[in-house]
Ligand binder design. Sequence first.
Ligand code: ATP
Ligand code: MG
Ligand code: MG
Ligand code: MG
Length: 561
Amino acid sequence: MRQSHFFVQTLREVPAEAEVPSHRLMLRAGMIRQVVSGVYSYLPLGYRVLRKIEAIVREEMDRAGAQEVLLPAVQPASLWQESGRWDDYGKELLRFEDRHERMLVLGPTHEEVITDLVRTEVRSYRQLPVTLYQIQTKFRDEVRPRFGVMRAREFIMKDAYSFDVDEEGLDRSYRAMYQAYEQIFRRCGLEFRVVQADPGAIGGEGGSHEFMVLSEVGEDTILVCPACDYAANVELASGKVAGEDGRRSVSEKERFLTPGAKTIEELRDRYGLDPETIIKVLVYRVDDRPVAVAIRGNDEVNEVKLKRLLGARRVELADEETVRALTGTGFGSVGPMNLNMPLVVDDAVASMPEGVAGGNEPDVHYRHVVPGRDFNWDSRGDIRTARAGDRCVRCGAPLEEYRGIEVGHVFKLGTKYSEALSASFLDERGVQRPVIMGCYGIGVSRLIAAAVEQHHDDKGIMWPMPIAPFHVHVLPVNLKDAAQRDAAEQLYTRLENAGIEVLLDDRDERPGVKFNDADLMGIPIQLIVGKRISEGLVEMKRRKTGEVTLLSPDEAVRAAV
Ligand code: ATP
Ligand code: MG
Ligand code: MG
Ligand code: MG
């Protein structure tokens, strides 16, 4: 590609709202332009990187046995009503009406559509297992789009879905995707950690993992054990969930440090419940710690639900002694009571009146929190956020804290969607059973930003070769010098013929401008053709290390290929 014709404008200044290096550099290098908040156009330079990443993702998905499909961006509301997510998903789901007054949504994810496809196509166990994937545009009406393509509203995701006949099958499919993900992120040149995401989501450990690119601008906090392989996300808790619900996001302090109600009267007051409402407080042992849960008299609560809610491995009713110590009374206590620990209340457990926003308001209860992951108890029995230095739940070593960018997420869904949408198959004995599902996402466009965060300096981007927009940048210093111009042209042609992707800076610009732009765009190898071409020498500069070698054009071609 000749830069004189290349559709790219580098910028010296960028809008003040570009807060993080990747956003600034992607704008400055002319990779992306914003169209409206959280919605971007990819210009040729940016699109080339996107396609490189897509190609790696495709190769590894295909290698893992997944098959590519393309599902629509527009989906009918009816499917979301069937799954129950029409009510649960909140404002991130963009809903609209067509001319026939039928409600549609712009897909933020595709569990419903794929389950609908599979329920009509799959009849028998003989058609399973199968894993389908797509690379496609998603829309999520994020409360706070920011950091460019890192948290956009319209973005590109690779999403895959596996369908198996049993849990062992799911384990195999999950493993295959997990390993493909490791391979993808390694190939993209990223330093990442795999962390437990939400162990409570499907029961037990290993039900969900996130792939985190380590970076100080990451929005997730992860705790990593240096002694064993334990690593977990501390941040799937109330603040984020609140954000997704379109509710006010709260600071960590507000989220966790405010104690919940300690008496039932306090609870009634706070939620404006009439005195007739019966509230039960049950004390459970959750992974060996006592947790007091408040529920409304008629609501059902059981160990399975709590396990999910609290992300615990073991939940059982506390023995009488513990209960007495905490409440002064026995099980299922009703009426005034003083607890010497805060109550854990969740919307899923206690459906409080409308408008009550769980832990989102200062001074109320915690919701969507997972003890041990989101917080710990200090010596006084108060709740606080888990943090560096806390003991690893597996081996007891002090945990270390990092910031991470979530670039991938794998998740065992089980029968959540297949049951809701009746996607079943006939097993070997002719029995109808729901298919067992897993889902697997990669933020393809977010990966670009994550890569820039890990690979840049104050001059610009430093692309890892496998995802670089071009392999080699040929830079004639002075185009008016025929020897320089001819040598650069020749290098360009020879490299192109050898299958190398080359950008030739054939613009009539000052050398300083060319060098600055080249460093900004970050193509891994720069071949600088200057005065020393008279001695038959060009400079090869590695963008990442800054290392410069003097070579003959022949040697330069060999080194680049
Ligand atoms: P986050 O916690 O960052 O909001 P998520 O957990 O909501 O992400 P998933 O539903 O797990 O996202 O989607 C799969 C992947 O899609 C994520 O791991 C992430 O890489 C990417 N992704 C999600 N939301 C966005 C977004 N707004 N912009 C760009 N990529 C995104
Ligand atoms: Mg999200
Ligand atoms: Mg997440
Ligand atoms: Mg996720």
